[in-house]
Design a protein around this ligand. Structure first.
Ligand SMILES: Cc1cc2nc3c(=O)[nH]c(=O)nc-3n(C[C@H](O)[C@H](O)[C@H](O)COP(=O)(O)OP(=O)(O)OC[C@H]3O[C@@H](n4cnc5c(N)ncnc54)[C@H](O)[C@@H]3O)c2cc1C
Length: 382
């Protein structure tokens, strides 16, 4: 007699930031915590492969595994240097291994939730079927965070990359102030591009220093290393340090239309359009996306019903910003400088978080080069 394959309530295909965040949102809901869930990833998620930073005003679900939190952020450019009090926000750092461990720990005694390590080849949205190398798996809903298509094969207008290399450095003597982080330092050579450095101290001898560019192509590893070394010497005045951890990343910045999903397949995370096109920030948008999906599941409606369709005005703003960055009619540094020198941090952060009021949008637009942005807006519109 042939055994019928098990049909799960949910399959979470890809257990990175979005897959595991969704799991946490599901587990924290009494109506959902007993659902049968299969987690699938090709990776065991046992490495610290990225550091997430995000800002929020309250307690995140992952408060217990945060590495550090800052209430003050500085911004530097050749024209201005400002230390910003970011109240009511806090800027938070989470390392991915703590996050993976925390999430897998939540399910270690749960018999209704299992994990399979498999390479997923294909997802059939009609049948609700995930085809892996080892087996095929079926569920009422599949939550997928795997990008099966190259981003630049999606229909969009602009494609840039946010590319970066970060190094955790440790010094012998105390040099950092762990109360303050540098969100963007544009004093470095711009190479007719958009380049800046983050400095995120976690105590007085350790910090993550990240060299970042927004452009159409990433740089060579030697180039990131050279620029990081120069920055550490010139701007931090540090000559003796050891590198304790490194990370490299490329985040797509595009106004391409991501497929949010259909009847049985729901795309989440970057694959579901959670990456903000103009900044690359994704983590907090993933939390909003997953919270909404869990609420819908608990209410017994389709996961994307009444979905918090990210507001079209922000899609429009992001697209204009990508055009301005791509066309390089004004240096990117002058756009950020104008914003950070004239506005309170709260206005900038709420705008970037897509939570701003229309009045704040207008205040922010007032800081920009009107001719360049209006021309980009008109050309985007038509
Ligand atoms: C180094 C780095 C640092 C970042 N820092 C920040 C930050 O500070 N703040 C922020 O907001 N955003 C940041 N991002 C952007 C974004 O938050 C992350 O990329 C985030 O991990 C996206 O979540 P996700 O679930 O969509 O993708 P992922 O976390 O990449 O998860 C996808 C999962 O799918 C699995 N997978 C892929 N293909 C297959 C397959 N064929 N079969 C089975 N499994 C598969 C992968 O192993 C992975 O576990 C960063 C990105 C990188 C790369």
């Amino acid at each position: 007699m042939e055994l019928k394959p098990k049909i799960y309530d949910y399959i979470i295909a890809g257990t990175g930031a979005a897959g595991l965040s969704l799991l946490c949102h599901i587990l924290s809901n009494d109506n959902l915590k007993d659902k049968s869930i299969l987690l699938i990833d090709r990776d065991l998620k046992d490495k610290n492969d990225r550091t997430w930073c995000f800002w929020d005003t309250g307690e995140s679900p992952f408060e217990s595994c945060l590495k550090h939190t800052w209430k003050k952020l500085s911004f530097h450019s050749p024209d201005c240097s400002r230390l910003l009090d970011i109240k009511p926000y806090a800027y938070k750092m989470l390392d991915s291994l703590s996050f993976y461990n925390y999430c897998f720990n939540l399910i270690k005694d749960k018999t209704n939730i299992s994990f399979i390590q498999d390479e997923i080849r294909h997802v059939d949205q009609e049948k609700g079927l995930v085809a892996g190398l080892k087996d095929s798996y079926q569920a009422a809903y599949i939550f997928n965070s795997i990008l099966f298509k190259n981003i630049n094969q999606l229909p969009g207008k602009h494609y840039l990359l946010q590319h970066f290399k970060g190094i955790f450095i440790q010094t012998e003597v105390p040099v950092f102030n762990a109360e303050e982080a540098t969100l963007m330092d544009f004093r470095i050579p711009q190479h007719n591009d958009c380049r800046f450095v983050y400095v995120l101290p976690v105590n007085n001898t350790e910090a993550l220093i990240e060299y970042t560019g927004f452009s159409s192509e990433a740089l060579s590893q030697e180039c990131y290393d050279r620029e990081l070394q120069a920055y550490i010497q010139e701007y931090l005045n540090i000559s003796k340090y050891k590198i304790t951890h490194e990370e490299f990343g490329i985040i797509p910045m595009t106004d391409a239309a991501f497929d949010k999903g259909s009847k049985k397949l729901i795309n989440i995370g970057t694959a579901g359009g959670a990456t903000k096109a103009s900044t690359g920030y994704t983590f907090s948008f993933i939390q909003k996306q997953c919270a909404k999906i869990a609420d819908n599941l608990a209410a017994g409606v389709h996961p994307l019903a009444k979905s918090s369709k990210r507001l079209d005005k922000y899609r429009f703003y992001d697209s204009i910003f990508l055009r301005v960055l791509s066309e390089k009619k004004i240096p990117a540094v002058s756009v950020f400088s104008a914003m950070f020198s004239k506005l309170p941090a709260e206005v900038i952060l709420s705008f970037l978080d897509e939570e701003s009021s229309l009045l704040d949008d207008i205040r922010l637009m007032y800081t920009l080069d009107k001719a360049v942005f209006m021309s980009a807006a008109l050309r985007n519109f038509f």
